[in-house]
Design a protein around this ligand. Structure first.
Ligand SMILES: [Zn+2]
Length: 49
């Protein structure tokens, strides 16, 4: 896993790693993550946030 390529994304990688869809790799936005049923907007996979 490459953890250095997005160091400017917003600090601690642990904070946003759960936002990345395990199926397609899409990055979920705040609105998606904060919903009751967070799912990838691209493929619909459940996000473990
Ligand atoms: Zn996805």
């Amino acid at each position: 896993m490459t953890s250095n390529e997005r160091s400017a994304q917003g600090g601690d990688p642990v904070c946003w790693v759960n936002r990345v869809c395990p199926e397609c790799g899409r990055f979920a936005d705040d609105e998606t993550v904060d919903s009751d049923d967070p799912r990838c907007a691209e493929c619909g996979a459940e996000l473990s946030v």
